[in-house]
Design a protein around this ligand. Sequence first.
Ligand code: CMP
Length: 137
Amino acid sequence: MEETTLVLIKPGGVGRNLIGEITRRIEARQLRVSGLKLVRAERGTVEQHYDEHRERPFFKDVCDYLTSGPIVAMAVTGTNAVKAIRTMMGATNPLEATPGTVRGDLALTIDDNLTHSSSDPEAAARELALWFPEGTV
Ligand code: CMP
């Protein structure tokens, strides 16, 4: 089933010049970039994005981090895109991420795990509305 999901490349990924590498992997998988922007995120946007984690001890740190530098927001469309992207990115903790995944190949710590991607279709719809209120293409 065709789906659209959200990928964020976090400040560490942008700072390490990994925008191209991560996007290359997504496109090579035959998924289509249907929205793309480089932004300095507003704190309010990031807090809304991570609303489900508001009570978690890492909430402040992850919001500080996401607003510490430019990030890429990307909409990705294709067959089963939500699951395909989650699997490609690898486990949240890079130490548990399989080699071959973005995190398993390129990341080492959970605080800088390079990307965020929507966990399920409902989260994708909510997150896409937040980051791409103008819609995707
Ligand atoms: P992300 O997929 O963006 O969702 C929440 C982020 O919080 C997560 O990736 C990690 O970068 C960060 N984080 C830090 N500590 C934890 C933790 N213990 N569990 C989950 N996420 C964490």
